[in-house]
Design a protein around this ligand. Structure first.
Ligand code: GLT
Ligand code: MN
Ligand code: MN
Length: 390
């Protein structure tokens, strides 16, 4: 039965083909369910209310397929898109599965492997653009090391930059309407992956030839694996105008990359993340980069996918309740203690402000006396989240 939390295309939810076709394989166990045909996958995503799908080149076109096979698959994908109205929101390259990438793609020590990685990416960009993708993600899962002596990490940064400069230039030369989003991860499958956090990516982007074309794709699980606060990374990216895409999922802190159903761990963190995206008018896709538990069969996979979207919508509604709650609003106002005089001074650096600020009467003992009612505030948030308030 449809209800207020039934996903619709206007909510801009998307899934990677690799997420719902995940067969439940892990490093210790074989698949627990059959792989899903990509075209069927696209149709089913549309049926459950997703707005878009995205894919690695080889999620759609098998590695090594010839031109005729590629064109046939593209034709079938386009037919599924026109039949259902689903769009292709993002594309990316698989630069991690094949053994050729065993020691990296763009940062491999072998120049021919680096060249091959760039060549494969150009073909994958052509494919993504042909299906209408406007965002292109780079997740460098194999760009890292276990033996740091073997690869100069300074040189690795240069190689990464060369590859991205080559590819932004390629996109420009082709006149493609495409932006890039870089996705960080601290480790796994490599012992250490270069550019381990979204913050690293933001700094790296500033060194690129065409930095305006490049933003980030933070993933909830990845900052959380590193014991970091995901919301803060997303906020920094947003404030810098660089949040081009986002990978939503669930993750226990400091574990392997679990890619769980969105909101299934740290519900408060998920709530505050949804609030952040909605209140700061994030316009990009709400992409779920997660997969169903190994226990699920084909139908369980769609329970998982519906669950991600429903949880997002429920949290969006809870976030609105929090922002509309009179007691929470009053507490937040009290906590802020806005002061126009000091704000004006701080906002305007220069000799005049510096002089005034040096002379200003600010008594730290007095200032320290003001209580901040965070206990009450956080409890109220919990009560709204737990459904007993609002
Ligand atoms: C892989 C990885 C994800 C990336 C995907 C895009 S592939 O599933 O674990 O975090 O976003 O390359
Ligand atoms: Mn991801
Ligand atoms: Mn992940």
């Amino acid at each position: 039965m449809p209800d207020a939390f039934t996903p619709k295309p206007e909510h801009r939810f998307t899934f990677g083909l690799w997420t719902t076709s995940n067969p439940g394989r892990d490093p210790f166990g074989e698949p627990t369910r059959p792989a899903l045909d990509p075209i069927e996958n696209i149709r089913k995503m549309a049926e459950i209310g997703a707005w878009g799908f995205n894919f690695h080149d080889n999620d759609l076109v098998p590695f090594g397929a010839g031109a005729a096979e590629r064109d046939k698959i593209v034709k079938n994908a386009k037919k599924a898109m026109t039949d259902t109205g689903i769009v292709c929101s993002m594309a990316t390259t698989n630069l991690f599965s094949h053994a050729v990438f065993k020691d990296g793609a763009f940062t491999s020590n072998d120049a021919r492997v680096r060249a091959y990685a760039i060549q494969k990416t150009m073909h994958a960009i052509d494919l993504g653009v042909e299906l209408g993708a406007k965002i292109y993600v780079f997740w460098g899962g194999r760009e890292g090391a276990e033996v740091d002596l073997a690869k100069d990490p300074v040189e690795s940064m240069k190689r990464m930059r060369e590859a991205l400069n080559f590819l932004t230039r390629y996109v420009k030369d082709q006149d493609y309407d495409l932006t890039f989003a870089l996705e960080a991860k601290p480790n796994e499958p490599r012992g250490d992956i270069y550019l381990a956090t979204t913050g690293n990516m933001l700094a790296f982007i500033e060194t690129l030839d065409d930095k305006a074309m490049v933003g980030v794709n933070p993933e909830y699980a990845h900052e959380t694996m590193a014991g970091l606060n995901f919301q803060h990374h997303v906020a920094q990216a947003m404030e810098a105008g660089k949040l081009f895409h986002i990978d939503l999922n669930g993750q226990k802190m400091s574990r392997f990359d679990q890619d769980l159903r969105f909101g299934s761990e740290d519900l408060k963190g998920a709530l505050l993340l949804v609030r952040l995206l909605e209140n700061h008018s994030y316009v990009g896709p709400r992409h779920f980069d997660a997969h169903a538990y190994r226990t699920e069969d084909a139908e369980g996979v769609w329970d998982f996918a519906r669950g991600c979207m429903r949880t997002y919508l429920i949290l969006k509604e809870r976030a609105r309740k929090i922002d509309d709650d009179p007691e929470i609003r009053a507490l937040l106002k009290e906590i802020r203690n806005d002061d126009e005089k000091f704000e004006a001074l701080i906002e305007k650096p220069g000799k005049e402000s510096a002089e005034k600020l040096k002379k200003a009467k600010l008594n730290p003992e007095e200032l320290a006396k003001r209580p901040l009612r965070y206990e009450r505030l956080d409890q109220l948030l919990h009560e709204v989240l737990m459904g007993v308030r609002g």
